[in-house]
Design a protein around this ligand. Sequence first.
Ligand code: MF3
Ligand code: CO
Ligand code: CO
Length: 264
Amino acid sequence: MHSYIKANLAPNKNIGLIKLHDNESFKKMRKAGQLAAKCLKYIEEFIKEDVTTEYIDGLIYNFALENNATPATLYYRGYPASSCISLNNVICHGIPSNKKLKNGDILNVDVTLILDGWYGDTSKMFKVGNISRKAEILVEITQQCLDEAIKILRPGIFTGDIGETIQEIAEGKGFSVVEDLCGHGIGMIFHDHPNILHFGKKGHGYELKEGMIFTIEPMINVGKKDIKLLSDGWTIVTKDKSLSAQFEHTVGITENGCEIFTLL
Ligand code: MF3
Ligand code: CO
Ligand code: CO
């Protein structure tokens, strides 16, 4: 025998709405965010020549379990690893593998940890040995894109303000902003409303309100913005094979500005 409830009474009936979180939620996000940030700090010393990306992924898996957390990406929509590790021309969602890091590589490690049901999502770039001048500048500018976008956050601005800030910095250096992937609302759901585009126009999009929690995660290419999905169904690379970089923080909008949950 079965019984039924109306789908619109199911737990996630707020689909299409942007959640405004309270103080208790901010506390939980602080814990999840800090743990994800610590995880990125923890792996730093292991990132060097000849180490495989699946070894790094294993460290992240163990770190999560040792801290009563779950790696959110593992089995998420079938994704096979505890992190995304994206090298050089890989924009994002690189699958850790037995490929060894080599001198001159730049890589993004993206970690999302679930702690007590709350998601902390953050990523940063790492450098292996001596990297090219071009790579150095790309990494620096991408970091600057994220930092400057975070600086403008407060109630009353628009998601388009975030996009324009990032696009101006990146394009000002002759780089391009990836448009096919975006930041996202987050909380007890990995990818929630709203979408946070990394390009756009001031005053467009959604107005930010106190209590919103989302990620900003600009992906910046040396060459063109066009992407290509590899046949593994996950790895996204630059179509023109140029270098790409990304940094990500999870932030919450406060009365006067924001809190960066994933900043140590
Ligand atoms: N952490 C990524 C993000 O920033 C999401 C990766 S989903 C995966 O949103 F399935 F590719 F792992
Ligand atoms: Co994210
Ligand atoms: Co992420």
